[in-house]
Each structure stands twice: as C-alpha cells, then as structure tokens.
Design a protein around this ligand. Structure first.
Ligand SMILES: NC(=O)C1=CN([C@@H]2O[C@H](COP(=O)(O)OP(=O)(O)OC[C@H]3O[C@@H](n4cnc5c(N)ncnc54)[C@H](OP(=O)(O)O)[C@@H]3O)[C@@H](O)[C@H]2O)C=CC1
Ligand SMILES: O=C(O)[C@@H]1CCC=N1
Length: 271
C-alpha cells in the first residue's frame, strides 16, 4: 500500500496491542508496514511481539502519521491521559462506544476517524466501517480507509449514529459466527458424531459457506435455496431454524440489539 510510505517515514503509534490492535498490526505488517516505524504502547504487551523489531513502550515519534487507539473503552480515559500533544497526526480509534467528541476534547483541532473493525483483519478478511469528524479531510479519510483496506474491506458511514449498530453487527459478529460453529459441532455430537469430526465438519461448513457467499453475486437467500431440495433434509432443518417466533431471525435480532445497546451505554461512559 503506497500510503505506508508516509507512515513508514513518520511512524504509526498503536496504543493497545491486544486482540483487536494485535489483529490489525499483524495485517499491516503483512502488507508492508515496517516494524521499525511502529511504536506500540501497551504496558503488558504479549511476549510474541517483542522480537519483531517494533518499538515497544518506547518514546513516541514527535510527529507520527497515525495514532491508533485500541484500548478498551473503559481504559480509554487513562490511555488518553498518558499521551503527549500531537501535531498533524491522524487519530484513529477502534473503540466501541467511545464518541468522536471524547477524542476532540483531548486532541483539540485534530482530524479524528472512528473505525469499527473486526478480528478477521488479522488475515486480511476484516470489514471496517469508518466515519470522520468535521476536521477530517478527504485525504484523512482516504488514509484511514487505505489503512483499514490493507486488512479487509472498508465501508464509509454517513453518520456516527450508525456506529453502535455496526458494532453490534460486524464488530461483534465474528463471535456470533464462532458460536454458530460451536453450536453446530455440539449438535453433530448429539446426533452421534465424534467431537473432532463434528468440529471439523462444522468449521469447514461455516468457512466454505462464508467463502461462497462472498465469491458470488447471488443473494444469500438464493444460495440457501440451492441447498434446499423440496421435501429433503435441509427443508426439515430450516423449518426449525427459520421459525419466526423461535428460530434464528428473532434470536439474531435480539443478539444484535443487545450488542448495539451496549455500545450506546459504553458511549455514555458505562463501565
Ligand atoms: N476484540 C474485537 O473483536 C474488537 C475490539 N474492538 C475494540 O478494540 C478495543 C480493544 O479491544 P480488545 O483488543 O478486544 O481488548 P484487549 O484487552 O485484548 O486489548 C487492549 C490492550 O490494551 C492494553 N491497555 C490497557 N490500558 C492501556 C493503556 N493505558 N495504554 C496502552 N495499552 C493499554 C491492554 O492491556 P491489559 O490487558 O493489561 O489491560 C490490552 O493489551 C476496544 O475498544 C474494543 O471496543 C473493536 C472491534 C472488534
Ligand atoms: O466486545 C466488544 O465490546 C468489542 C467491540 C466489538 C467486538 N468486540
């Protein structure tokens, strides 16, 4: 990615190198970000990051191209309090809930882009939604988009109001899908399959269906119908899964609503 040229020259600061910060960093390094251009601030950084040539808990460069904030929303105030004033640095936050206005209170006059990524970014298969503040120019948004495009697809939002729903859907979404794998494997076991076999079948079924869903222009409903023979096994299964009262649709609706609401609460400072 050509935008890494500026970042490699001026530096990128990553505050918080846990599950999400680490997933993005892994993706960026694979795409050409130079380890020596990255300053990672994380007091309890995992040992795996220590021998990669990163600048770990080192003094910050005086004018980094990008500051990425990837600490938990509940830790954000502490993390922000430890940072120096930065000039001309694009501030990117991936924190759920934490509003752009919170960062504007700390980085006065700065371009700020709020991003909601997800952990498949670690293998370049993430989806990120981005929204900038009023100071963020087209160039700032392009830089944020390029950074996130290095680890997956990017969509731009019209309004920050959409961010909690995005968080509840795609930010948290990989966990729902992993749980689907767990649940399918358990269900296979209940029908007599050995645990390892059931897990392998469930994992590859979800992975293969996901790959097929993005490899074609077909609507997911059509892909579903392609599996469903009239009077066959899938129809019998879907009768249960698609039940309007007890099936997946109301369950997923409640799931995404609960996650979205939690994002709103975090945005209001809930612990
Ligand atoms: N995980 C995910 O799938 C996604 C997460 N996010 C967002 O990413 C952010 C990070 O989440 P996640 O990676 O899961 O959380 P983690 O707890 O895995 O990572 C956060 C890291 O930040 C460290 N940390 C805590 N305080 C500070 C500080 N003051 N300065 C520097 N580092 C600090 C933590 O250390 P310690 O463990 O010692 O506290 C930890 O290593 C959250 O805001 C979350 O909303 C967004 C999308 C998806
Ligand atoms: O669970 C969380 O709060 C974070 C945000 C989205 C995914 N993980």
């Amino acid at each position: 990615m050509s935008d890494f040229d500026d970042i490699n020259a001026r530096g990128l600061v990553l505050v918080g190198c846990g599950r999400m910060g680490g997933a993005m960093l892994r993706g960026w390094l694979a795409q050409g970000l130079q380890p020596g251009a990255v300053t990672v601030i994380d007091p309890k950084i995992a040992p795996e990051w220590l021998d990669m040539g990163l600048r770990v808990n080192a003094p910050l460069p005086h004018d980094p191209a990008v500051l990425v904030l990837a600490v938990k929303p509940q830790m954000m105030a502490d993390a922000l309090g430890e940072l120096p004033v930065l000039k001309d640095t694009l501030v990117v936050s991936v924190a759920a809930g934490t509003m752009i206005s919170t960062f504007e209170g700390v980085f006065s006059g700065a371009a700020i882009v709020r991003v909601m990524p997800n952990t498949p970014a670690a293998i370049g298969k993430g989806i990120s939604a981005i929204i900038g503040n009023a100071v963020a120019t087209a160039a700032h948004l392009d830089l944020a988009e390029a950074l996130m495009a290095a680890v997956g697809r990017v969509v731009r939002l019209d309004s920050e109001d959409q961010m909690d729903a995005v968080t509840g859907l795609s930010g948290s979404g990989p966990a729902y899908v992993f749980h689907m794998i767990e649940a399918m494997a358990k269900a296979g076991e209940a029908q007599g399959l050995a645990p390892a076999l059931a897990l392998e079948l469930a994992r590859m079924t979800v992975a293969g269906a996901g790959a097929l869903a993005i490899d074609t222009d077909e609507d997911p409903a059509v892909l579903r119908e392609n599996v469903t023979s009239p009077g066959g096994t899938t129809a019998a299964g879907l009768k249960v899964l698609m039940d309007a009262d007890t099936g997946l649709p109301p369950l997923i609706a409640r799931t995404v609503a609960a996650a979205t609401e939690r994002g709103r609460e975090l945005g209001k400072g809930a612990k």
